[in-house]
Design a protein around this ligand. Structure first.
Ligand code: FAD
Length: 417
């Protein structure tokens, strides 16, 4: 596969760009694989990439019911940060941020990772106390996070209103400077290209209908729209559809699937230099390289698989944006969309072994798994290849919901973007 370099760009520019080869071939399924990954989101593709690159496993297929990256990977607001409260989360998400920092070089593919800083606004005394607690816990874990006064927050994000009589007054902010955004499609494409280059089959438009087990209860393969595919190991990385797939293998998951929406404004000149989040009023905003303001909303209050949410959620989000950034009140919105997010009771993922031999799972990322993509994919590949969890994902078991050893980011932040 052609490598991207300044030389290749110039050579192709001078020859009508006819020298580029497809990034990955559209594979047809073989009868059997060592590993089948269900779900060609960036998590599944990344796991296949690391299986091939770091564990020498290349007889691998990644199967998707649609097109690769067409699930939550291509629908999220791309916020990346690692300032979670609990030690287990900080280790997992910071492992990811460290991998993000070198991902474009690693994949020879520009994922446009931009560490422009993620600022979380405090609007109440409770917010102030909770963010200061996060900052202290993060620093103890070697994760950067710092407190800003309202004036410092406005200096970092000039469109922010810090009027003291506002409905949601800004009482300060927590800033993680290493946080930021990346181009979501490019992450899926980069991993797909890297995996395919190493021999992984990427099979699109092929729904997995069920996971099949043999008489001993071990995983045997997957039934798909293109027939049965035998596999020694199956890894489910199917976001909002994980519980349905796992149920077909007889495993009941503590997951609820909700629509989560986002929207973008008309493009404007660069005015928003960072990512700003407000958990209390539930609005998240950054600016894309095209100039659109990228705005994240909250989940619907009810479960659904429709990939679009209620209009009132968007109205609430835009009302909140106008309160915090009155300067945007006359902007027009261009388009909105939704994805189906898989939410666990403690808002932390389930990542590792399952009660079924040969079956692995990576799910429960809810509203915040994009940031974890490289880290989750990396430790999932380790777990699948070795049959044992990596120390980083060892705490994120399915059993924690029966033992009670939760990683309660739900209580810590009430949101997990
Ligand atoms: C609107 C929105 C905003 C978000 N904002 C952020 C954010 O700012 N920061 C952040 O960190 N996270 C965010 N997230 C969450 C993030 O997008 C997800 O956690 C992450 O992308 C999950 O990646 P994935 O690869 O596991 O899932 P996906 O990309 O959804 O991949 C799963 C794949 O499985 C496939 N699949 C499902 N069922 C089957 C089947 N039966 N057979 C075959 N294939 C199947 C799907 O087609 C899909 O392609 C957001 C999500 C949404 C919806």
């Amino acid at each position: 596969m052609a490598r991207f370099s300044a030389r290749a760009l110039i050579a192709n520019a001078l020859t009508g760009n006819r020298g580029w080869t497809p990034h990955w071939p559209d594979a047809e399924p073989k009868a059997a694989y060592d590993v089948v990954v269900v779900g060609a989101g960036a998590h599944g593709l990344g796991a296949a990439y690391y299986l091939a690159k770091e564990h020498g496993l290349t007889n691998v297929a990644v199967i998707d019911k649609g097109w690769l990256g067409g699930g939550n990977t291509g629908r999220n607001t791309t916020i990346i940060r690692s300032n979670y409260l609990y030690d287990e989360s900080a280790r997992l998400y910071d492992h990811s941020v460290k991998l993000w920092e070198n991902l474009s070089q690693e994949l020879n593919y520009n994922v446009m990772f931009s560490q422009r800083g993620v600022m979380m606004l405090a609007h109440s005394v409770h917010d102030v106390q909770s963010f200061r607690r996060h900052i202290s816990a993060n620093r103890a874990n070697g994760v950067d996070n710092e407190w800003l006064t309202p004036a410092q927050a406005q200096a970092y994000c000039p469109p922010l209103s810090i009027a003291p009589d506002a409905r949601y007054p800004v009482m300060g902010a927590a800033l993680q400077r290493r946080g930021g955004v990346a181009r979501h499609d490019a992450v899926a494409w980069g991993y797909a290209r890297g995996a395919a280059e190493r021999g992984v089959d990427i099979i699109q438009n092929c729904p997995v209908l069920a996971i099949r087990r043999d008489a001993q209860g071990r995983v045997e393969g997957v039934d798909t729209a293109k027939g049965f595919i035998r596999a020694k190991k199956v890894a489910v990385s199917a976001a909002g559809h994980s519980s349905v797939l796992m149920e077909s293998a007889g495993v009941r998951m503590p997951l609820e699937s909700y629509p989560l929406q986002a929207l973008v404004s008309e493009p404007i000149k660069p005015v928003f230099p960072c990512v700003t989040m407000s958990n209390s009023v539930h609005a998240y905003i950054s600016q894309s390289d095209k100039g659109e303001l990228v705005i994240g909303a909250g989940t619907d209050a009810y479960t659904s698989y429709t990939q679009r949410g209620g209009l009132h959620i968007l109205e609430h989000t835009l009302a909140a944006i106008c309160e915090i950034f009155p300067v945007f009140s006359r902007l027009r919105m261009l388009r909105s969309w939704g994805g189906i997010v898989d939410v666990t009771p403690d808002r932390s993922p389930i990542l590792g072994l399952t009660p079924v031999a040969g079956l692995f799972v990576n799910c429960g990322w809810g509203t915040g798994g994009f940031k974890a993509t490289p880290g989750a994919a990396h430790v999932l590949a380790h777990t699948v290849a070795t049959g044992a969890p990596h120390p980083i994902n060892a705490p994120f078991t399915l059993e924690r919901f029966t033992t009670g050893r939760l990683i309660d980011e739900a209580a810590a932040a009430a949101v997990a973007h």
